[in-house]
Design a protein around this ligand. Sequence first.
Ligand code: SAH
Length: 262
Amino acid sequence: MQRYFVAADQFTETQVRLTGEDAHHAARVMRMKPGDKFIVSDGAARTAIAEVKDASATLVEADIVEQLSMDSEPLWSVTIAQSLPKGDKMELVIQKGTEIGAYAFAPFQSERMIVQYDGKKEAKRLERWSKIAKEAAEQSHRNRVPVIEQVQSWRELMQGIKNYDLVLFCYEREGDAAHGKGIRTAVQEWILPSERSGKQTSPANIMLIVGPEGGFTDREAAEAETTGAVLVGLGKRILRTETAGIVGLTCLLYESGEMGGA
Ligand code: SAH
């Protein structure tokens, strides 16, 4: 069933209104007619099934026919902190990360970043990235749309480390199994001993920091480590910057028991 995220004021106990691009999508792309159903969510606590009463390209009115309590959100809230990559790679990270279950995305600047950061274009890009997150959240049946944070400086990123329960810094030099720490070990050393094997029951805020195409400098890795991040490797192969966050997120959610199964 198609899913739409709407602002809380469009969504009462009994009715919902789709407007703008959502109305266009429902009426024109999905060709919804009276009697057709869709899932609606306010992006936070409420999700319901709605039945179309009237559909036009600018306004779709529907009745709420069933409240849903299904929660598809992971127990661990993982923020992918991504050093700004070239071209439209950030869009890929946001789209795939949202499907997998990322909580938020935090773009930041670092020393070996290849792309020229343009503050003037930022508002437009954030708008585009938020739209990609919303569409991916709808498509993948998320209960909430991941937050896209403002682009941060390296200093701001370091200052934010203290706000997380665990910060993992993906460093390709740690990829060698003989010398580096992997995500599993980092997680095992951090979680409560009572939860080390078996199902995770405690929510957590985790940040996964990924470097740019040019990688991190030794100085950056050292600073992140002294600030409280754990350096981790993702295997012996060097992943592209847009691959590393997706893989790291998947490994983390797997460790939390999130990726299916009992
Ligand atoms: N330019 C570097 C590679 C950068 S890869 C080089 O050629 O050596 C881009 C980012 O992805 C890295 O900064 C790191 O954060 C992450 N990454 C890629 N492969 C990784 C691995 N095997 N282990 C940990 N992090 C990795």
